[in-house]
Design a protein around this ligand. Structure first.
Ligand code: UDP
Length: 470
């Protein structure tokens, strides 16, 4: 009988996508999966276009992946992303909901011995230890960000003890975190900078206490890219680098309908010369400051490049809805021939289109992995959370991208235009493109049959099966 994973993701897009890819990968190894997601996620997915649906591949895969939904008790349209009330519930009320759900799943399955089940939860969850103990389940934690970010949270007490957290505006080099050569405190995740602690800090800090009791930790990264950090973590707990986790059909979905109804985005992109289009996206989540949007738009105007820009409704910090009222006057008219603004697109398909020559990104970890996978050089404008630390990996360590602006947080359209021109000029960015090709090959090799991520994944499958059945 195959092991059966109950998988509970964190409720944000950037976590759900790698969770679904992990479910598919485990199921392809013969595991059964019950994927639990909240009603509101289910509703969002049901209403979304096919190409924004991370579950589409799982539904049509023919593998043993089952779905179950549960309610968090909040209205379906409640904006949960980083809402303090919701985070309090996530910390205090959510564990009981998962407890009931797991109990129900185990009770309702008469065909499989309960002992075949195990738990895979997002590392941001602090409840798995208790629930795993109660039901006698092996407890697997899945971290969807880089090992460096994991390690900094993991060594929080050490950082606090040395007085480097909270960062509180200081700029100091830290060289004592096991497996982390050296890192400036400015590159710590945003939550380690704050002196005033909110619920989100408590949620994360508790989660990293809890992960110390996980039986296994999976990480969506590549061993060769973070070797020292990973091997230091492996001294503490079984830690497996299994990334990048992507769908098998990475680049085959259609691009979402354009905001410009007369234009077809896929045709538009296909008709552009190779490496002539800059892709711009600040991710699925954070609100972006009005001034940043205005300066990026100004930089796009000055640079004269082709671009495709994801302008999500509500992405601007205050007022203005989408880009409305924030973009320079006449922006849309002036760029109609060379620019496309979309509310959403199939990012994987956009990035793998030969017309794309650069990616201006907020440095979400999935976006970085996807960009490297497609060999697209990166312009970094991190907004918050792990994005700050991810930037260091991209620009300082791997040298596959540049900063959008050098002055911290200060952005102006002239500098934006200069950075865009640099990345889009194949001659000027040649060295960076060569470096990108090396890192891209590292990812490709890791996921090949004998690659590190495949081997690590197989080792995990063996180790977890052994623990479940022993
Ligand atoms: N994404 C997409 N289309 C968009 C914007 C984002 O398909 O228009 C996907 C993107 O490919 C990535 C995920 O959403 O897989 C975003 O995750 P990431 O970690 O990059 O950033 P987050 O949105 O979590 O900040």
């Amino acid at each position: 009988m195959a092991p059966h994973a109950i998988m509970v993701s964190f409720h944000l897009q950037g976590h759900i996508i790698p969770f679904v890819n992990l479910a598919l990968k485990l199921a392809s190894k013969g595991f059964s999966i019950t994927f639990a997601h909240l009603h509101f996620v289910h509703q969002h997915i049901s209403q979304s276009q096919h190409d924004a649906d991370p579950f589409a591949a799982a539904r049509t895969s023919g593998l043993d992946i089952r779905y179950t939904t549960f309610s968090d008790g909040f209205p379906l349209d409640f904006d949960r992303a980083f809402d303090a009330e919701y985070l309090k519930f996530f910390r205090d009320g959510y564990p009981d909901k998962v407890d009931q759900l797991v109990g129900k799943i185990l009770q309702s399955d008469s065909s499989t011995a309960a002992s075949n089940y195990f738990l895979i939860a997002d590392t941001f969850c602090a409840w798995p230890e208790k629930i795993a103990k109660k039901y006698g389940l092996v407890n697997v934690s899945f971290w969807t960000q880089p090992a460096l970010v994991f390690s900094l949270y993991y060594h929080l007490e050490l950082l606090r003890g040395k007085g480097h957290v909270p960062v509180d505006g200081r700029r100091e080099m830290v060289d004592y975190v096991p497996g982390v050569d050296s890192i400036n405190t400015k590159d710590f995740m945003s939550y380690l900078h704050d002196t005033e602690l909110e619920v989100i800090h408590d949620v994360i800090f508790r989660a990293f206490d809890a992960v110390k009791s996980a039986d296994f930790i999976l990480c969506n990264t590549v061993e060769e890219l973070e070797a020292d950090t990973i091997s230091a973590l492996q001294q503490k707990q079984p830690f497996y680098a299994i990334g990048p986790l992507f769908p098998a059909d990475f680049a085959t979905k259609s691009i979402a309908r354009s905001l410009m109804p007369e234009a077809n985005s896929a045709d538009w992109l296909n008709s552009r010369p190779p490496r002539s289009v800059l892709y711009v996206s600040f991710g699925s989540l954070a609100k972006t400051d009005r001034n940043v949007i205005a300066q990026v738009a100004g930089g796009l105007l000055l640079s004269g490049v082709n671009f495709i820009w994801v302008v999500r409704p509500g992405m601007v910090d205050s007022g203005g809805g989408g880009g409305g009222g924030v973009l320079p006057e006449g922006f849309e008219d002036m760029t109609r021939k060379r620019g496309l603004m979309v509310p959403w697109c199939s990012q994987n398909e956009v990035l793998s289109n030969p017309a794309i020559g650069g990616f201006l990104t907020h440095c979400g970890w999935n976006s970085i992995l996807e960009s490297v996978w497609c060999g697209v050089p990166i312009i970094c404008y991190p907004l918050f959370t792990d994005q700050i630390t991810n930037r260091k990996l991209v620009v300082d360590d791997w040298k596959v991208g540049i900063n959008l602006c050098e002055g911290e947080g200060i952005i102006n359209k002239e500098e934006v235009a200069e950075k865009i021109e640099f990345v889009m000029s194949e001659k000027r960015s040649e060295e960076m493109r060569q470096q990108m090709e090396k890192v891209r090959r590292t990812l490709e090799n890791a996921t090949s049959v004998d690659g590190s991520s495949e081997r690590n994944f197989d080792r995990f499958v063996e180790d977890v099966s052994h623990q479940i059945f022993s």
